[in-house]
Structure formats: structure tokens, C-alpha cells
Design a protein around this ligand. Structure first.
Ligand code: APR
Length: 236
């Protein structure tokens, strides 16, 4: 594989696992302990907003207490090194934490939203969300009381930034998926779209994902060592 200059990187919960943030489908994962249909759907929020807000407050406190790991740092460094040689690293993450940004990544596309942001269910305004939201939270834009929700994509909702993602995918000369089980679409379909564009693909994961057969190449091991090594092999 020649030196790629336009790399599309898709990350999942496995990239933040070594920072202490839970994955979803591993043994003991978040969805093994909590029912997503009761916590991660618009219907769940409408039926029991306090329980949903408590769940996301707890996860957000975990994100604030976490630190980026070597995988996040390596991606930020690769973004800068690619830019310095006129290339681009398009970082599309399914994660709702801000560890990519805190590691120094400058362009992060959060297709499942961001836990450190809240949005008003009346006017749609998105604001930073650092303190726990309770039912009395007031929208700073429209003054609506108690109508703020986490700015994350719930099951049954459309992921964000899909047009930009599709454009970046078509323009890439290397597709890398790191720390994702390949269980949730549309993200899980991106490797096949890359293959359809004859783009080389590589999976970097603790173990083969549901999509393992679709990848040309794979590096298995913890993201904090496998991802920096992979990027170093590319001179990044
Ligand atoms: N290093 C690399 N990979 C790891 C590590 C690690 N230290 N720990 C776990 N993994 C791998 C697991 O083997 C698994 O394949 O990361 C993957 C995590 O998969 P999931 O828990 O399914 O997380 P993800 O793929 O990001 O889920 C996608 O599902 O519920 C939704 O919105 C949620 O964004 C999430 C989406």
C-alpha cells in the first residue's frame, strides 16, 4: 500500500476502552447491564426523562474523569502529520466522548452526537452540557423549561453528518475502522462502501469484528498499541 494521503478513520467504543469508558457489546458492556430500549430511545426519554437523564449524567461524569489514551493521541498526531504533507485524516467517530478532541484531534465528526452537549427539544439549540441536567433545565435560547436532552443519537434516530461522511469516504485512499464491533449501521456498512470504491481497508480491533471478512487487512490487539503501530508503519 503506497503512502495514503487521504485516510478515513472510523472509531468506536474500543478506542476509548483503555481510558476506562465502557464499550457496549463486550462481555459486561453497557448494553449487557442496561436496556437500550429503556435508556437510548426518544420514547424512553418521553416516558421517563429523569431516568434517561440520570443514565447520561453518569456516563458524562465518567467522560469528564477519563483521559485520552495512546490511540487518541496517535490519531491526533497522524492528523497533523498528514496535514503537513498536504493530506487529510477524516476522523469519523461513533463515540460520544470528547477524548479525540482532548488528545488534539482538530476535526472530529461525531455521527452519534456528543455527550458533553445538550439540545433543546423545542427549538433544537445545542449548548455545552457540563453540569447535570435536571427536569428544571432551561433552554438558553427559547427559555423552555425542562426540555433539554443529551445531544446524542438514540436508536431510531438519524445519525449526524451523513453527507460529509459519504463525501469523505468516496475521496479516501485508505479506510480504517478501529475499536468497533461493526454491529450498528450505517457505520457498519462503511467498509463495504470503501471496497465498492476500491479503497484499501484495515480493521484494528481487540478481536475480529462482525465485519472482519470485509477488510483487506487487520491488526488485532489493544487500540492503545495496535493503532499507534499501524499509523507509525504509514510514517504517521
Ligand atoms: N482495543 C481495541 N478494541 C477494543 C478494545 C481495546 N482495548 N476493547 C474492546 N474493543 C473492541 C471490541 O472487541 C468490540 O469489537 O471494540 C469493539 C466495541 O464494540 P461495541 O461495544 O459494539 O461499540 P461500538 O462498535 O462503538 O458500538 C457502535 O452502538 O450502541 C451504539 O451508539 C452506540 O456508538 C455505539 C454504537
Amino acid at each position: 500500500m503506497g503512502d495514503p494521503n487521504n485516510i478515513f478513520v472510523l472509531t468506536g467504543a474500543g478506542v476509548s476502552a483503555e481510558s476506562g469508558l465502557g464499550t457496549f457489546r463486550d462481555r459486561g458492556g453497557i448494553w449487557a447491564r442496561f436496556d437500550p430500549m429503556k435508556l437510548a430511545t426518544p420514547e424512553a426519554y418521553a416516558a421517563d426523562p429523569d431516568t434517561v437523564l440520570d443514565f447520561y449524567d453518569h456516563r458524562r461524569r465518567g467522560v469528564i474523569a477519563a483521559e485520552p489514551n495512546a490511540a487518541h493521541v496517535a490519531l491526533a498526531r497522524a492528523e497533523a502529520r498528514l496535514a503537513a504533507r498536504g493530506g487529510r485524516l477524516f476522523l469519523c467517530t461513533q463515540n460520544v466522548d470528547d477524548l479525540h478532541e482532548r488528545a488534539g484531534s482538530r476535526a472530529v465528526v461525531h455521527m452519534h452526537g456528543e455527550l458533553l452537549k445538550a439540545c433543546c427539544t423545542v427549538c433544537g439549540t445545542v449548548t455545552p452540557w457540563r453540569d447535570d441536567l435536571d427536569r428544571a433545565s432551561i433552554c438558553p435560547a427559547c427559555g423552555g423549561v425542562g426540555r433539554m436532552r443529551p445531544d446524542v443519537v438514540w436508536f431510531g434516530e438519524m445519525p449526524m453528518h451523513l453527507d460529509a461522511i459519504e463525501d469523505a469516504l468516496a475521496a479516501a485512499d485508505l479506510f480504517v475502522a478501529a475499536g468497533t464491533s461493526g454491529a450498528v449501521y450505517p457505520a457498519a456498512g462503511y467498509v463495504r462502501e470503501a471496497r465498492a470504491h476500491n479503497i484499501p481497508t484495515c480493521e484494528i480491533n481487540l478481536e475480529p469484528s462482525d465485519n472482519a471478512d470485509a477488510f483487506d487487512d487487520a491488526r488485532y490487539g489493544p487500540a492503545s498499541t495496535a493503532l499507534p503501530r499501524f499509523l507509525a508503519d504509514l510514517g504517521l
